[in-house]
Design a protein around this ligand. Structure first.
Ligand SMILES: [Fe+2]
Length: 304
């Protein structure tokens, strides 16, 4: 008996008819994905006794999600995030061994080709927020330095907005690309991350409201780190002690990614500069995995 038989979905004539229609799909993986999608969609409709009005409401909702997407806003990623699908896919494709830095959701606010900065420069671009010095190292699984990794970093400002959410900005803010030094070291100035709500003015916001959920994400800094011979790491560093660590709207928190962000009174910062106002420091090392040891896990192929 196949898994589909056990679910009782395959012997309904309409389900059988659609699965039969897919039988000549040339690509085996496309066939497996589409057949599983049809079985699960049909099972969902049967389990819930889906009404025509509900079906139309769902079509209208997905239409609105698509129509909300622009080149600066990705409502479908946001939908995937709040349903926990993004984190599930991340988890099953990145089985991090002990000591390795865990992955978490990519999120909807990354921008390709962000401005490049030299180590030690300020990526904030005038974004609101208290200054924060971030430093650390990019390491391999045995603690060896990974030289010259490309480090892509992005974050929200003190008011909870990413630059792409602000109209009319002349330049990128609080995002940038750096290259670690030969010892894997990196360092830069930015602003301290604060908790922020994901956008609630679109269909995903209405979904959260309809289900009694808050939209908040705990304070975090996004990183995407790439180095030859290593698996690309997409992750966050979260602020210990911040709000919403136990109820992240997109389920992205991993305890190993929570770090101490330390606030300092005016004085001499780690880069030797004099700070006349309070500032923060964050020190965090990233441990990459070898590319060969972490090929993406493939879920079991459905039997149909
Ligand atoms: Fe974020």
């Amino acid at each position: 008996m196949s898994a589909a038989d056990a679910e009782g979905t395959e012997h309904h004539p309409i389900t059988e008819a659609v699965l039969a229609r897919l039988a000549s799909t040339p690509d085996a993986r496309t066939h497996a994905l589409m057949a599983a999608l049809v079985r699960h969609l049909h099972a969902f409709a049967r389990e819930t006794r889906l009404t025509e009005a509900e079906w139309f409401q769902a079509v209208s909702f997905l239409t609105a999600v698509g129509q909300t997407c622009t080149d600066r806003r990705q409502e479908f990623i946001l939908l995937s995030d709040v349903l926990g699908l993004s984190m599930l896919v991340t988890d099953q494709n990145h089985a991090t061994p002990p000591g390795g830095t865990e992955s978490t959701v990519f999120g909807p606010f990354h921008v390709p080709d962000a401005p490049r900065f030299a180590l030690g420069e300020d990526i904030s671009g005038g974004a609101a927020g208290e200054p924060c010095w971030v430093q650390g190292r990019v390491l391999g699984p045995r603690g060896e330095p990974v030289p010259h990794a490309q480090i892509d970093v992005w974050q929200a400002d003190a008011e909870g907005f990413y630059d792409v959410q602000r109209e009319g900005l002349a330049q990128a803010q609080a995002r940038g690309v750096l290259r670690a030094d030969a010892d894997g070291g990196f360092r830069f100035w930015t602003i301290v991350a604060e908790a922020y709500p994901i956008p609630t003015d679109g269909p995903v916001g209405r979904l959260l409201e309809a289900t009694g959920r808050h939209p908040w994400r705990p304070a975090h800094l996004h990183f995407m780190i790439a180095a030859p011979g290593h698996e690309r790491l997409i992750t966050h560093v979260f602020r210990r002690g911040g709000r919403y660590l136990d109820s992240d709207a997109v389920f992205g928190v991993r305890p190993s990614l929570i770090a101490d962000w330390i606030r300092h009174e005016p004085g001499t910062a780690p880069d030797g500069t004099r700070r006349d106002a309070p500032y923060w420091t964050l020190d965090f090392d990233f441990v990459l995995q070898p590319a060969a040891a972490s090929a993406p896990a493939r879920p079991e192929e459905p039997s149909a």
